[in-house]
Design a protein around this ligand. Structure first.
Ligand code: FES
Length: 106
């Protein structure tokens, strides 16, 4: 299990224990984190799992590539540190990761 802190759209932090191999989206949805809508269920086709990887983690997680990069073009207010939560797999090297959910998904 890997500790991930989500900063929800209202600014409230929620720390969860995420199973390795699951996606950030899975971890958020299973733990009732607000702001991870994930309308397509993880198929990389909706961009409603858009999230920001907080410093200093982005280098380790990103950047988005391929389908994910293309789908991020549809995300509202995409930034340099944007990722799709369903495309980031949890692993022990991400222990302590901080992920911010966009206010537009609140
Ligand atoms: Fe739809 Fe990630 S859940 S793109």
């Amino acid at each position: 299990m890997t500790k991930i802190t989500f900063i929800q759209p209202d600014g409230a932090e929620k720390q969860v224990e995420a199973a390795d191999g699951h996606s950030l989206m899975d971890a958020a949805v299973r733990n009732g984190v607000k702001g991870m809508e994930a309308e397509c269920g993880g198929a990389c086709s909706c961009a409603t799992c858009h999230c920001y990887i907080e410093e200093p983690w982005f280098e380790q997680v990103g950047p988005a590539e391929g389908d994910e990069e293309g789908m991020l073009e549809f995300a509202f207010e995409a930034k340099q540190n944007s990722m799709l939560g369903c495309q980031v797999k949890v692993n022990p090297s991400l222990d302590g990761l901080v992920v911010r959910l966009p206010t537009s998904q609140g």
